[in-house]
Design a protein around this ligand. Structure first.
Ligand SMILES: Cc1ncc(COP(=O)(O)O)c(C=O)c1O
Length: 387
């Protein structure tokens, strides 16, 4: 069976977790701090703040950005549900924007018309490792005095005009879930170039405390409890996860290069398959290939045609599964998920490209440590079935 994704860690990475386990200090400490530093070096961001997931990182970021209840935030309609859920959790309203099916990212030509007096910010998503069009998003944000929170969940190793994603807007957040390039089991990493956000995010992830546990326990007044200046949460990463992440950072660029190599093998093999749109990167973009999402082409973009192609996509997934190959829809159209569909009475064609991507996309297996024989087998079977 070839899984959609698999975590294959090196021996030293597996063994690294023994160090904190033996040390007696398991919660956020020096290993998390070192992991944060190495993340900052790799992404060239001034500050990195580790957390328990990308979702919690996005949530904390909206707190740091002072998102007000009843205000609005623009988010793409095709993304993992967290991007919208965190806005709802703050009592604000996600305003969905359709995507460009060529990139799976927010269609920047449709953002401006969604801006109202209530809009506070934009959450562009660098979906599957391809950067959103940040030049245009920056221009709009500046024009209307909006903040930008980059959902860089899938963006490790992804560049936009030589800048690592997550360092272009006000704050960026990465996921460390096992389907991502670097993993700590569950986990997230927030990046920012602004000292004020670094300060508030560290406090917010730690019960609103003005000193970390590690500092207090290792300082000269460990008996003194600290003050709490904000109504924070506990979203701290453990030191066990910290060292696991840190140990993978030693081969960070190799991890990205390997993913790009496998994706390139797929790109070459599927180049002449007209029915399948494979991922691509324009000049100025470096794709991090968190996954390998393809789109089955339709003759006409309407709900009926999409539904017909959806049936074919599902058959393709079943046939591949029978051959031992796992695939997945690339991600979901959030406006079609029960909570949002019911609350806002959405119809498929309110965000037709997102509906299309939801129904007609297929991600192929891609992971570090994937053998040549494995991706060649995927290529052969996809070609046989589609032809
Ligand atoms: C675009 C996007 N945002 C947010 C998340 C949530 O990440 P996590 O599982 O680390 O909370 C994901 C997860 O895959 C994602 O793809």
């Amino acid at each position: 069976m070839i899984p959609i994704s698999k975590t294959i860690l090196k021996k030293n990475e597996i063994n690294s977790v023994l160090k904190p386990l033996k040390s007696g200090w398991l919660v956020q400490g020096q290993n998390v701090a070192e992991f944060e530093n190495s993340w900052s070096s790799f992404t060239n961001s001034n500050y990195s703040i580790a957390t328990t997931s990308c979702t919690s990182g996005l949530h904390l970021s909206l707190m740091a950005l002072d998102l007000k209840p009843d205000s609005e935030v623009i988010v793409p309609a095709f993304t993992w549900i967290s991007t919208a859920n965190v806005v709802e959790q703050m009592g604000a309203k996600p305003i969905f924007c359709d995507i460009n099916p060529d990139t799976f990212n927010i269609d920047v030509s449709k953002i401006e018309r969604l801006i109202t007096k209530k809009t506070q910010g934009i959450i562009p998503v660098h979906l599957f490792g391809l950067a959103a069009d940040m030049k245009e998003i920056n221009y709009i944000a500046k024009k209307y005095s909006l903040w930008i929170l980059e959902d860089a969940a899938c963006g490790f190793g992804s560049l936009y005009k030589n800048k690592h994603v997550g360092t272009i807007g006000d704050i960026g957040v990465f996921s460390l879930h096992p389907r991502k390039s670097i993993t700590t089991g569950e986990g997230g990493m927030i990046t920012t170039n602004h000292k004020k956000f670094d300060k508030s995010l560290r406090i917010l992830r730690d019960h609103g405390a003005n000193t970390s546990d590690f500092k207090r326990h290792h300082g000269n007044k460990p008996y003194e409890l600290c003050d709490h200046t904000l109504p924070g949460l506990n979203q701290r990463m453990t030191d066990i996860q910290g060292i696991l992440g840190l140990s993978q950072m030693e081969r960070a660029q190799k991890i990205v290069n390997e993913r790009r190599k496998i994706a390139n093998e797929y790109n070459i093999a599927f180049k002449n398959i007209n029915e399948l749109k494979t991922p691509s990167e324009d000049k100025g973009f470096v794709h991090g290939y968190q996954s390998y999402p393809c789109l089955l082409k339709v003759d006409k973009l309407n709900v009926n045609e999409i539904k017909k192609m959806n049936a074919k996509r599902n058959k393709l997934m079943i046939k591949l599964l029978k051959k031992g190959i796992s695939t997945r829809p690339a991600t979901h159209a959030v406006h079609m998920l029960a909570y949002y569909k019911t609350k806002y009475s959405f119809k498929p064609n309110d965000f037709l490209n997102s509906f299309y991507a939801n129904d007609c996309s297929i991600s192929l297996p891609l992971y570090n440590g994937m053998k040549k024989s494995e991706y060649n087998y995927v290529i052969d079977e996809v070609l046989k079935i589609i032809k």
